[in-house]
Write a protein that binds this ligand. Structure first.
Ligand code: GSH
Length: 204
């Protein structure tokens, strides 16, 4: 069975667990708790020199990192990747948006505010106003799209929704007020009520 190297609390890892669970793909799990340094061991770095999870490892030793690449690999030719070429490109557009314009702000704000303590937290307090402003900008871009569409790519739930759900649904932990974004709030409910949905704290 493939092994998912993951971090339970990380949205990037949650994307992969959620997608695999919804597709009925069995994965063994190995947890790398936040701040444990376990992604910097020589054994892990030999598999992913970028020292990040999630990373999926197959029985033949091959590995794949980057959450959205893993989503694409697991979901290609399933209903979670749109059948039309244009919608597949839109799916990628939103997944790149998630990694460049959303996750670096929404996820990092959550990490600083929820997981860093004491001096570590104080050292990063000054970053928060810019991170929060950029995170709110990303949420406003999503809000404008969702005011007109139920889903991010094509006319149904896809891995673009999974990629954006992972950190958006936990944005309140970074101090974002999701109540200010009614279309996002309704979309979060649509995602949460998809068949075989699992919450971030749950594995299998
Ligand atoms: N772009 C990467 C980002 C992965 C990432 O930043 N992973 C973090 C957890 S969310 C990590 O592994 N950090 C290493 C550590 O804290 O030891 C992806 O989408 O998979």
């Amino acid at each position: 069975m493939p092994l998912l190297h993951h971090m339970q609390a990380s949205g990037n890892s949650y994307k992969v667990r959620l997608c695999a669970h919804q597709l009925g793909i069995d994965l063994a799990l190995k947890d790398y708790p936040f701040g444990s340094g376990l992604t910097r061991t020589p054994e892990f770095l030999a598999k992913n020199p970028n020292a990040r999870v999630p990373m999926i490892e197959y029985e033949d030793g091959s590995t794949l990192a980057e959450s959205n690449a893993i989503l694409w690999y697991l979901a290609e030719e399933t209903p979670l990747v749109p059948p039309l070429q244009w919608d597949r490109a839109k799916c990628l557009e939103w997944m790149f948006f998630e990694q460049y314009s959303h996750e670096p702000y929404v996820a990092v704000t959550r990490m600083i505010m929820t997981y860093l303590k004491g001096e570590e937290r104080k050292k990063r307090d000054a970053e928060l106003p810019v991170l929060i402003a950029r995170g709110n900008h990303a949420l406003s871009v999503m809000e404008a799209h969702l005011a007109k569409h139920d889903w991010f790519a094509g006319d149904r739930y896809s891995i673009a929704d999974i990629a954006l759900y992972a950190y958006t649904h936990a944005a309140n932990e970074g101090g974002y007020e999701l109540a200010k974004y009614p279309a996002i709030s309704q979309w979060l409910t649509r995602v949460r009520t998809q068949p075989r949905h699992i919450p971030i704290a749950e594995s299998w």
